[in-house]
Write a protein that binds this ligand. Sequence first.
Ligand code: ZN
Length: 281
Amino acid sequence: MEEGMRMSSTITYSRLLLSGLMLGGLLAGCTDQEQSGPNTEDKQPVQGAQAKTVHWSYEGATSPEHWSELGDEFKTCELGKQQSPIDIEDDAVEKDSNLSPVKVNYSPSDVSLVNNGHTIQVSVKGENNVIVLEGKTYKLKQFHFHLPSEHEVGGKHGEMELHLVHQSADGDFAVLGALINSGTENAELNKLWSRLPKEENEKATVIEGKFDLNALLPGDLHSYRYQGSLTTPPCSEGVQWIVLKQPVEWSEDQIAAFRNIFPHDNRPVQPLDGRKLETEG
Ligand SMILES: [Zn+2]
């Protein structure tokens, strides 16, 4: 495996780097030590390992406005021109008749939870959960949550936001986002929420039985599309964003359970900077 990686092109290497950051170190806790696990090969890039050791947060001296000062590998957080999240203003949205709603093909799956110090991240086992975007297939790797929502719509936050992180066979990332507001309880979510790790944990909490991923999504899959970035350091760009227009509902108790662990874990909105913001036409 190592030999294969060494022989691969620089383009592939940079994608592996992003891959390592996103799936390995990046979304793991700042206090993460070197660890062996299913994503070990993703963590191979040296920069990924360094990024893990830099403490960042949503508060005080290590909050989002300071991320770029925390290490050279975080400079994109300040200098990038395609940063996420954004405020989705109706006036800026263009219809594109070449786009059709994302096709989601998820099935009940084995999952495990980690409190990585920034969010609750859910790893999804297996290769069967995919989305198809304009003919390109992306596999679901993990999903996690933010409170309040990171994206705004017309200047307004949702109470929370779900991010489902996918990767294509050639290394591209697509994140499917859904805003979450209080309302009806999501019964399926209780399978996860009854086992919420309240403290940062390195050993994943394995959920018994299958979790129905479809229960996380709204019925209507029309969306806003734009090219953006990771919303956590190192803020790497080249991420295809799909933000669903229809929010989902959770009960107030379900939202409060997350808030009790993470009072807020959202990066503020970033300038659109001339980027296209599109929707299905
Ligand atoms: Zn996220």
